[in-house]
Write a protein that binds this ligand. Structure first.
Ligand code: FES
Length: 117
């Protein structure tokens, strides 16, 4: 049996999410959630957020990156084409389901975009 003290320590990943004018401070760690969409869906119970459950096709998890101290993982073609269907492509608009929970999200501040849905 592994005791909690023998488990590797992970730095928390702090994320600020702006949703309908309110800012929510969320803490997670690598591996707790598959991606940013799952963290937001589970923490904020946002309606109609993440409808395709992370397939990168519905665009319901569109977010704007307000600030980020890290370089985010690059966009895959699937993500780019879904965003193009919804809005003019900008490098600060991403699909939350395509952003994996890892150190690149540390101290990121994002806004959930509802106006494109
Ligand atoms: S959950 Fe559908 S595109 Fe992200």
């Amino acid at each position: 049996m592994i005791s909690p003290s023998t488990l590797p320590q992970q730095d928390p990943i702090h994320i600020t999410v702006v949703y309908e004018g309110d800012a929510y401070e969320l803490d997670t760690y690598e591996g707790e959630y598959r991606n940013l969409m799952m963290l937001i869906f589970d923490s904020l119970y946002t309606e109609e957020f993440g409808e395709c459950k992370g397939m990168g096709r519905c665009g319901s998890c569109l977010v704007e990156i307000l600030s980020s101290g890290q370089t985010l993982d690059p966009m895959e073609r699937n993500e780019e084409s879904t965003i193009k269907k919804m809005t003019a492509p900008r490098k600060d608009i991403r699909l939350a389901c395509q952003l994996l929970i890892n150190s690149s999200l540390k101290d990121i501040k994002i806004k959930i975009l509802r106006e494109y849905q």
